[in-house]
Design a binder for this molecule. Structure first.
Ligand code: ADP
Ligand code: MG
Length: 399
């Protein structure tokens, strides 16, 4: 298999290790300096040059895009996606995870613990946001900081307000976040590859520092994660559509609290702390995934005129409650149930004899016309909450 690694430095630890692991697996591998690509767009023929010259087809690309080149780097990744090269993380998923607000927004509608966060603009909303977080001390964060830079602990409401006002006055967008003090300067980095946590470490901040980043002198140690942490990490990566992710979680009093999800997590700290061959895991996973490519189901399915994919929750009083998928009439109306979500369990490809219950969430593909007859009226917030209580969460598939 031919694997390309997009990286600014072939000598960087992570890049070196990925290259080594690919060679060890018997693959052809080349490290590309991301900034040396040229992107060419022609009808039906997206292409790239490298150092001004054409390059041969690559089966897979592993992006290691630093925050200083997010725009160009993700454009290169997107170009490879168009050319049919499997990209381990897609351009869109890298962009979404890099923005702390956008990633938290995406996570917030799901059943995973996240650090309570607010984003406000008007001066009079600042104090309210601080109070919503339980008042000082609060964390103030730049939207796209990294390695601990741009993360401030404000000890009093006054200081918090002043910092936010100052940063806003120089056109910096900032988040206000609840300070998870019970984590005591420690956090968990879970390294996710595919649907699995392949390694995890605990980082502990040094001295008076509250930030546990290794770049801020944080110490690392191997940690065995309990199920809740593993589940949260994998879910976060899935929600953000990242095949490889470093999920950072605080140890909150009620369990895992996600702070951020990194799309190009470093290997040095985690391989050092755990002694595991994570580069090998990444290469192996990449090779397994190549045949599936970067497939966007919704995009593809909606290319068929008049058809769509949608998900809806079975509302109280729906006519097909108590019916099986077969007798419900869905199939007769050209609607296929791809997945059923019930009480914390995702049931993939539910069988025709499965009975539909109130509160089930059905992911369907079908004719828009037919679906629109089936879709419930818009639910009120109260009703939605009630249904959520009946059908929270996620789980396995039907075999
Ligand atoms: N809400 C919070 N409560 C407590 N500690 C936090 C919180 N947010 C961040 N930290 C600490 O600051 C560090 C850096 O924050 P993070 O959001 O991961 O930014 P960066 O992208 O700079 O790593 C974290 O690893 C953690 O130790
Ligand atoms: Mg971090």
């Amino acid at each position: 298999m031919k694997i390309g690694i997009l990286s600014r430095g072939s000598k960087l630890y992570s890049t070196r290790r990925l290259r080594e692991a690919a060679l060890k697996g018997g693959h052809k591998v080349r490290v590309f300096d991301t900034l040396k690509f040229g992107l060419y767009l022609r009808e039906g023929e997206p292409d790239v040059t490298y150092g001004g010259k054409p390059i041969a087809h690559y089966d897979a690309v592993i992006p290691r895009i630093g925050t200083s080149i997010t725009f160009f780097g993700t454009s290169v990744v997107r170009q490879f996606e168009q050319m049919g090269t499997f990209c381990l993380n897609t351009a869109d998923s890298i962009i979404a995870s890099r923005d702390k607000l956008s990633s938290m927004q995406a996570l917030s509608r799901h059943d995973v613990g996240i650090a309570e966060t607010a984003f406000v603009r008007n001066q009079k909303d600042i104090l309210q946001a601080i109070q919503e977080m339980g008042g000082a001390p609060v964390i103030i964060k730049l939207l796209s900081g990294t390695q601990g830079v741009g993360v401030i602990l404000a000890e009093t409401n006054k200081v918090a307000e002043a910092i936010i006002e100052t940063l806003s006055s120089v056109q910096q967008n900032v988040l206000v976040q609840k300070f998870v003090s019970e984590s005591k300067g420690r956090d968990i980095r879970a390294f996710v590859v595919g649907d699995r946590v392949v390694a995890a470490m605990r980082r502990t901040a040094s001295g008076q520092e509250f930030r546990s980043n290794v770049h801020r002198g944080g110490r690392t140690e191997i940690v065995k994660l309990d199920a809740a942490y593993e589940h949260t990490a994998v879910r976060a990566a899935q929600i953000l559509n990242l095949k490889v992710a470093g999920v950072d979680m605080l140890e909150g009093s009620d369990g895992p609290v996600i702070m951020e999800v990194n799309s190009s997590p470093g290997l040095e700290g985690i391989e050092g702390a755990t002694g595991l061959d994570i580069a090998g895991e990444i290469i192996q996973f990449t090779v397994e995934q190549v045949k599936f490519g970067n497939f966007n189901v919704r995009e593809r399915l909606s290319l068929t005129k008049g058809y769509t994919v949608t998900e809806f929750t079975v509302w109280p009083g729906a006519s097909f409650i108590g019916q099986t998928i077969e007798t419900s009439g869905l199939r007769d109306h050209d609607i296929v149930v791809l997945r059923l979500n019930r009480g914390g369990q995702h049931i993939a490809n539910p069988r025709r004899h499965r009975v539909i219950e109130e509160g089930d969430s059905l992911l369907c593909y079908g004719s828009q016309q037919a679906l629109s007859n089936y879709l419930p009226e818009r639910l009120t917030k109260k009703k939605r909450r009630r249904l959520k209580k009946i059908a929270p969460g996620d789980g396995g598939g039907e075999t």
